[in-house]
Design a binder for this molecule. Structure first.
Ligand SMILES: Cc1cc2nc3c(=O)[nH]c(=O)nc-3n(C[C@H](O)[C@H](O)[C@H](O)COP(=O)(O)OP(=O)(O)OC[C@H]3O[C@@H](n4cnc5c(N)ncnc54)[C@H](O)[C@@H]3O)c2cc1C
Length: 420
């Protein structure tokens, strides 16, 4: 039994990583089995997604205790996360198009489609095993990767529902809800990510990898018989052309007095970042809760509140600043940030650049609002992100080859990964 299945602070995430280390060597063999309690996987995704711990830290630690060949699969999975982030960063319009499609579908999809989508999401599809997975997601905020693949495929290719509504359902309920990993995994299951490749749920695969306890109620299972599941031809609505990666500095230049430091949900580790050296900035913490769809799950909100509190306590201690300002949840983000900045006489607001997603969607508005007040907004990006995202212009395997060649994964505690 895991000591903490949902690590929501940095301390808990580091402890979970230590607990997982002995399992990392058998991860390649065991990771696909979907067992109660999910003992074969790290459960670090929410902490990684909110950057309570970084990909680089996880890989360094795993490689410090295992030879690379023994943990190659695990390293590769962590790097998948970086790849998806880079892929979307190079094509931000895919995210925008998906969000627009969700709004459009909610307003325009036929009533029976919307009703069925609600039933399936509520765990009332009639296929007992899929309904158990839906309930697991609703109550815990987590699903095993294989269960996510089955469930997304069930939604798209068996229920024939729009993938965007399924992705939105996941996005509102996963503790690790990530604009890149979630959207692009759904697109991959739908057959939009890799030409000619669709992921089809198969009863035989489910019976092979799901613990029998998931399948003790066989109601509706016949709908998943291998011969009955046929791929839906899903239409592409997005432009997937690569755009230049916006140039974002990797360190802060210029004066460091009268600074505000923006803490947001995209990066919970400011003290170990290019901004870690700042002295006594005014801390301004915002949380996505106020911006998010009000239907965002309560489980997710509670997790984020705990994670956010942890970030604020660490930041206060590292930067020797007073307790962070918490801009009003009632106001638009830009407005409340600008008010806090003015109140504290900040001449610059600095922060870690949010990746493509709901927060970065607001950066343009925040920047304009600040500039109108004569306050500069300066965002910096971690070196890991700048270096690796730029390589995600093609498929995962060319990306992996490059990462593998350039990062020189070694089993050496001091120099296990060198970025570039
Ligand atoms: C339809 C669908 C939706 C998904 N949505 C998300 C999401 O919103 N957020 C998210 O973090 N992951 C998402 N994933 C990827 C994956 O399912 C989760 O990262 C993983 O299940 C998290 O559990 P874990 O931490 O125990 O992973 P582990 O198996 O222990 O893997 C270690 C870490 O590697 C990364 N990782 C592992 N598998 C993948 C993968 N296939 N793609 C990207 N990163 C991976 C995660 O950061 C994970 O924490 C999705 C997958 C599918 C099929």
């Amino acid at each position: 039994m895991l000591t903490n299945p949902h690590p929501s602070t940095r301390g808990e995430a580091l402890a979970r990583l230590e607990e997982f280390l002995p399992m990392a060597g058998s991860y390649g063999r065991d990771r696909n089995a979907v067992l109660p309690g999910h003992p074969n996987v790290s459960r670090l995704s929410a902490a990684l997604r909110s950057r309570l711990i970084t990909e680089e830290e996880v890989l360094r630690r795993v490689l410090a205790v295992h030879p690379f060949p023994a943990v190659e699969k695990f390293v590769q999975e962590v790097v998948w996360r970086t790849y998806w982030k880079g892929w979307l960063e190079l094509r931000p319009q895919v995210w925008t198009n998906y969000r627009e499609r969700v709004v459009w579908l909610r307003q325009n999809a036929p009533e029976p489609v919307l009703r069925r989508a609600e039933e399936v999401a509520a765990g009332r599809s009639g296929v007992a095993v899929m309904d158990r997975f839906a309930r697991e997601l609703l109550t815990t905020g987590y699903l095993h990767n294989h269960a996510r693949m089955w469930w997304a495929s069930f939604w798209i290719h068996v229920e024939r529902l729009p993938w965007e509504l399924g992705a939105d359902f996941f996005f509102r309920h996963l503790l690790d809800a990530d604009p890149a990993s979630n959207t692009l995994s759904w697109r991959w299951v739908a057959g939009l990510q890799t030409p000619g490749k669709v992921y089809l749920i198969r009863r035989s695969n489910l019976e092979r990898f799901a613990d029998p306890s998931w399948l003790d109620d066989t109601s509706g299972l016949g709908r998943l018989d291998d011969s009955r599941v046929v791929a839906v031809a899903v239409e592409e609505h997005a432009d997937t052309k690569v755009r230049p990666l916006p140039v974002v500095p990797e360190e802060l230049h210029g004066p460091t007095d009268a600074l505000g430091l923006w803490l947001h949900d995209e990066d919970g580790l400011p003290e170990r970042s290019p901004l870690g050296h700042l002295k006594r900035p005014t801390l301004m913490a915002t949380t996505l809760e106020s911006e998010a769809d009000p239907s965002m799950s309560l489980v997710v909100r509670a997790w984020r509140a705990r994670a956010g509190a942890d970030v604020r306590v660490r930041a206060e201690s590292q930067f020797q600043s007073g307790a962070p300002m918490e801009p009003s949840a009632e106001q638009p983000l830009a407005e409340s940030l600008v008010q806090s900045a003015r109140l504290h006489g900040c001449q610059r607001l600095v922060g870690l650049a949010p990746a493509v997603g709901p927060i970065s969607d607001q950066v343009g508005g925040i920047r304009r609002r600040f500039e109108a007040q004569g306050i500069e907004l300066v965002l910096v990006r971690r070196r890991w992100d700048s270096a690796l995202w730029a390589w995600a212009h093609r498929g995962f395997f060319p990306f992996w080859e490059k990462v593998h060649a350039r990062l020189k994964f070694q089993s050496d505690p001091d120099a296990s990964i060198r970025v570039l």
